[in-house]
Ligand binder design. Structure first.
Ligand SMILES: [Zn+2]
Length: 300
C-alpha cells in the first residue's frame, strides 16, 4: 500500500506583506510560485526591533523592498541562509547592502560551477557567507538564539535553524509540508538526506517552519512518512531492476504514473539519487560510471 504522506497545502498569505505567523515570528512570501517553490519563497523574520532574516529569497527587487518596508524602524542584524538555491539566497546581497547585516551559512554552493554541464539547475554560485556555520553552532541576537542543524541531502550545505526555548525549527527545503524535497545529484545526496531525516527524528522540535508553504505541526509523523516514502520508492526501483529495467528513463516511466511532463527530468534525478545510494550500499552496480544515462543492475 502506498505510503500516505500527511501533506499540508492550506496556506494563507498575501504577497508582499510581512505578516505575523507566530509570536515573535513574521513571514513575507515572494512572488516566485512554481512547481518547485509552491506559492513562493517564505522569508522569515525573527525578533522585534533587532531582527534576524532567514532566507531573503530570490533576486526579486520587489521582494526585498517589501521586506524592508515591513521592517521600517527596525534593524536587521543577521541574515541566515538555509542553503544556496536561487529561490533562497540571492536576495542576501541586496539585503546586506541595505542593512549592513552579516550573512551566515554553511558555505558556498558545492554543486559544481555555473555553466558546467551536468550540474543541477537552481544553484546560487554567487553566495559566500560572511560567517561560516557548522553543526551545533549558536547564532545569538537580541532576544533570540538559534542553533544551526546541518542537514545535508537536498544540498550538501543545507542548514535548519532551531530557535532556542521555542520548539521551533526552520526547516528550509529539508522538510516541507506541501511536497517532498528534490534530491538532485551531484550536490543532492539521498544517503545524506535519509541520514538528515533520521537526525531530526532524534530531536524534539515541536513545529517546523519550512521555506515554502505552511508550518508542520506533527513533524515526527511527517518525517517518518518521508522516510517510508523513500524506502517505498527504493523498493520500486529494485523491482524494476530485477525485472530488467536498468535505464533511468524506463524506471521513471514505470514508477511515476501520471507525472506532469515538466517534472520528468526531476523524477529522473530523484531515481538517480536512489541508484547512487544503492550503489554506495553495494546493492546495485552500474555499467561504467553511475551517470544518468548508464545501465544499472542488481549485484548478485
Ligand atoms: Zn532548495
Amino acid at each position: 500500500m502506498p505510503v500516505d504522506i500527511p501533506f499540508r497545502r492550506e496556506f494563507t498569505f498575501e504577497y508582499g506583506r510581512l505578516e505575523p505567523v507566530a509570536p515573535g515570528i513574521r513571514r513575507i512570501v515572494a512572488r516566485n510560485p512554481s512547481p518547485f517553490t509552491f506559492r513562493g519563497t517564505g522569508t522569515y523574520v525573527i525578533g522585534n526591533g533587532e531582527v534576524a532574516v532567514i532566507d531573503p529569497g530570490p533576486d526579486l527587487v520587489e521582494h526585498v523592498e517589501a521586506l524592508l518596508a515591513g521592517l521600517s524602524g527596525e534593524r536587521v542584524t543577521h541574515i541566515l541562509i538555509t542553503h544556496t538555491h536561487r529561490d533562497h539566497s540571492p536576495a542576501a546581497a541586496a539585503l546586506k547592502a541595505e542593512t549592513g547585516a552579516a550573512t551566515w551559512g554553511f558555505g558556498p554552493h558545492a554543486g559544481g560551477k555555473r555553466g558546467e554541464s551536468g550540474v543541477e539547475e537552481g544553484g546560487d554560485w554567487d553566495f559566500v557567507p560572511d560567517v561560516v556555520l557548522r553543526d551545533g553552532d549558536p547564532i545569538t541576537g537580541r532576544g533570540w538564539c538559534f542553533e544551526a542543524v546541518h542537514t545535508p541531502g537536498h544540498t550538501s550545505n543545507h542548514l535548519c535553524f532551531a530557535l532556542a526555548d521555542s520548539g521551533l525549527l526552520f526547516s528550509g527545503d529539508h522538510v516541507m509540508g506541501w511536497s517532498t524535497s528534490v534530491i538532485s545529484p551531484p550536490d543532492g545526496d539521498m544517503t545524506a538526506y535519509l541520514a538528515s531525516l533520521d537526525k531530526l527524528l532524534g530531536r524534539d522540535d515541536a513545529i517546523y517552519w519550512p521555506t515554502h508553504g505552511p508550518s508542520i505541526t506533527e513533524p515526527q509523523r511527517h518525517v517518518r512518512a518521508f522516510i517510508a516514502h523513500r524506502r517505498e520508492r527504493e523498493a520500486g526501483i529494485l523491482d524494476c531492476l530485477s525485472a530488467g529495467l536498468g535505464q533511468i528513463d524506463a524506471i521513471v516511466e514505470r514508477l511515476y504514473v501520471g507525472l506532469q511532463p515538466g517534472l520528468h527530468r526531476a523524477a529522473g534525478r530523484s531515481v538517480h539519487a536512489h541508484l547512487l545510494d544503492l550503489v554506495g550500499r553495494g546493492i546495485v552496480a552500474s555499467d561504467g560510471p553511475p551517470t544518468l544515462d548508464t545501465r544499472y543492475r542488481l549485484v548478485r
